[in-house]
Design a protein around this ligand. Sequence first.
Ligand code: FES
Ligand SMILES: [Fe+2]
Length: 413
Amino acid sequence: MNSTITAPPSPTTRSRFPEPEDLSLFAQVLAAADVGKEHSTTLPAGVYTDPTFQKFEEDEVFKKEWISLAHISQIPNPGDFVRVDLCGEPLLVVRGKDMEIRVLSRVCRHRGMDLMPSGFDHPDSGNQRIILCPYHLWSYDLGGKLVGAPEMQQAACFDRTEVGLHSFRSEIWEGFVFVNLSGDAPPLSEKYGKFKTFVDRWDMADGELVWAEHWDCEFNWKILLENFMEAYHHMGAHAKTLEPFLPARGCWSEPYDENFSAMHLPLKESMKKEILDAGIAKNAFTNFKDMELNDCLEWAVYLGVPNFLLFSAPDRVFWYRLLPTGPETCSLLTTMIVSKEAKNAPGYEETLKAEIQAGIDFHLEDMEVCAATQRGMRSVGYSQGRLSHLEEPIWHFQKYLASRIRQSGVMVR
Ligand code: FES
Ligand SMILES: [Fe+2]
């Protein structure tokens, strides 16, 4: 029997940008972001499922913006590393012998193999003296310079001193290592200048990351981001965990800023009164040292656009590293940072164990609602729903996405 096989379009003829029919999705995001916050709605489902939109985000958001990859306390010593993939780029965050932190490509300069592929059981973090390619054993120092290339004497004019791993532009901000793949984003001190005034009392650069848990998630990264940034769901999803002390009804958002969102989560009234009457706020861990009494009356969630997520209490900060892995999947690292003083306090180990469990408990509640929301995006029953005032940061984020769409020129191509 004869059969006909239709060849897929060749990569050279396939456009990087959306076909005209896909543009309606971008137009719908602009329309949602352009209404006032009182009239705000959710986004169309395609934003959470469409490969074209995902490609747009990779190119215009994740490759052009500053993306947080690690906390400096994860890599205190020379050779310490964190291995992470960002939109198909295999990366290595590594501290060199000179104590500098670099973000290096994990692509070997010989035949291009990922130097630390998952199939070889490489850990996500650890310590190494050199970076060794398992394919033909080329080796690099911690700064990325090629230091060993077996049997290459006969390759004419091969000078190993001219070969090194690609190094990406990186910056350290408030103790976090950020990368900018395109290399041309404005400095973080500029972008997050105002944001810093909200978060610098935690002195996160001096804090220690004491818990990290990796999750492979069956939902679009924005589903988690939107869930993270609104407190409305405390009354439903977290009815037994967060709502009893951070009730949804009292939460409020800082006004829109193009670079960050901040949502205040005040403690319930009786707890606030107790703290004010006592003149002191005791928490599970020792509070960060710059916390004043008024700072202890609330928790908060922050988003530094596009995806730098912090959930803070006076005694801890949860940092979420959230990276897309496909239109309907993402990779999430949930972490907790405490002050150095907290680690030296009596009973620290037991407290840590209990607080990790509490963190996992409320996180599992989020995972469940996020996965179930993603399923909704695939249904004919979905249409754009109205947002409450307790979800204002979702509208802020829509304005950010709209600004990326406008800056990219995707609508006029
Ligand atoms: S690809 Fe790395 S040594 Fe050959
Ligand atoms: Fe939540």
